[in-house]
Design a protein around this ligand. Structure first.
Ligand code: PL4
Length: 406
């Protein structure tokens, strides 16, 4: 019989979001006709912006004619889109070349695939709690031992707690890869320049690489906060950045993201082309480029008109975040995040996070995400997504006020 990858057997639980879906389905099946308010998965709800729709329609029309039809595109992405992404970095005072940008079908895949360019015995550090893909993909790749007492042996956890404002210090020992996410999913914390500079300093001193997930950078309005790790001097020599059109342009279903792998980023055994050449090799072999229609939409999203339209939708979601954060605070909950980030991170009142998830669902018909699903330090918290429709967000806060039994 064929031998399967034994690392799948190490995974502690099913993937977080399908488990939430399963519990919500069980509730709705058992309570037909009862409407639930979904503030769980960070999935956008507002329609695509007019300029994006127009560009995607035009791209489809182009595909419908023999003279303008196009098939496979470049594995690395459309040159105009790569240049537009590089220009977006330029506006932040950061120099990124189009050849350092790799367009993809989203940051989830990139965050899972990127570690394939590093040695299989690399030591990995993650924020705890963290977006589960970083941990699970490294478990599957064999970079951890078994799951014991709530943690994977061999993985370095960087606790994000109330005490450190949910932004950890760099590891005390030596690691090879560090996953950082800012604005953070799930805590909503945003790292300052000084905090990111500490990680850059650590990475340069230890020959480590930071994998910086900036999927929510467009939600930062405070200009003193960094939107890209490359705003920190020296980061181009030690960091890869991942980002996405999902949340800022509503592309969760359209699918489009990118990674930046600077040419200055070198590693042992990857030759003169450095990690950029390795990721290029990986993408050419295993990826056939993002959808041409999605890329046309992405280009429109980055145009001045697209950005203005997307900015209004971001404001809409951030008003939702305010409603959630202030609404729950007024009920006596300790609520974090929700400013410069579309997630509120709320302390559960003396119950475990899955237990609180069940209480909110059963008593209030509100879906959140249990913090424990993001790592051991997420226990005792739940996450609320601000990506819902306003009326649902308001109804959810009202229902918690009226129906939660504590
Ligand atoms: C649900 C930090 C959401 N089924 O859409 P992508 O692939 O460009 O971006 C995914 C992504 C990347 N990085 C971070 C993210 O938070 C996300 C999306 N996370 C959430 O609720 O945490 C959607 C999750 C999706 C999933 O499994 O990822």
């Amino acid at each position: 019989m064929v031998k399967c990858n034994p690392n799948y057997g190490k995974l502690a639980a099913g993937y977080l979001f399908p488990e939430i879906g399963r519990r919500v389905k069980a509730f709705t099946t058992g309570n037909p006709g009862v409407k639930v308010m979904r503030l769980g998965v960070g999935d956008t709800t507002q329609p695509l912006e007019p300029s994006i729709v127009k560009a995607m329609h035009a791209a489809v029309d182009g595909l419908s004619r023999e003279d303008t039809y196009s098939g496979y595109g470049d594995e690395q992405g459309n040159a105009a889109l790569r240049a537009a992404i590089a220009a977006w970095y330029g506006e932040r005072g950061v120099t990124v070349e189009g050849g350092e940008v790799f367009v993809s079908d989203g940051a989830k895949c990139d965050s899972a695939n990127i570690a394939s360019i590093f040695a299989s015995d690399s030591v990995v550090a993650v924020q705890d709690p963290a977006y589960p893909v970083y941990v699970d993909s490294n478990v599957i790749a064999g970079r951890t031992a078994s799951f014991k007492d709530g943690r994977y042996e061999g993985l370095v956890y960087l606790p994000c707690t109330e005490e450190n404002g949910f932004v950890p210090s760099p590891p005390s020992g030596k690691v090879d890869l560090i996953y950082l996410c800012s604005p953070n999913n799930p805590t909503g914390a945003v790292a300052t320049r000084e905090q990111l500079a500490e990680f850059v300093e650590y990475a340069r001193a230890n020959g480590a690489v930071i994998i910086f997930d900036a999927a929510y950078s467009f939600f930062i309005t405070d200009s003193s906060l960094p939107r890209s790790i490359y705003e920190i001097p020296g980061a181009a020599e030690c960091a890869i950045e991942l980002s996405s059109f999902s949340k800022f342009a509503g592309f969760t279903g359209v699918r489009l993201g990118w990674s930046v792998v600077p040419k200055a980023l070198k590693g042992d055994g990857c030759g003169d082309g450095g990690l950029n050449a390795l990721w290029n090799r990986r993408q050419c072999t295993m990826f056939n480029g993002a959808s041409n229609v999605a890329q046309a939409g992405g280009l429109a999203a980055l145009s001045p008109e697209g950005r203005e339209e997307c900015g209004k939708t971001i404001e809409y979601y951030m008003e939702n975040a305010r409603v959630i954060r202030e609404g729950l605070s007024s009920l006596g909950f300790k609520a974090y995040g929700g400013v410069n980030a579309p997630f509120a991170w709320v302390k559960t009142p003396g119950v475990g996070s899955w237990e609180f998830f069940d209480k909110l669902l059963n008593e209030c018909r509100v879906v959140c995400t249990p913090g424990a699903g993001f790592g051991p330090c997420g226990e005792g918290f739940v996450r609320f997504s601000a990506f819902g429709r306003r009326e649902n967000v308001q109804a959810a806060v009202a229902s918690i006020r009226e129906n939660l039994k504590l």
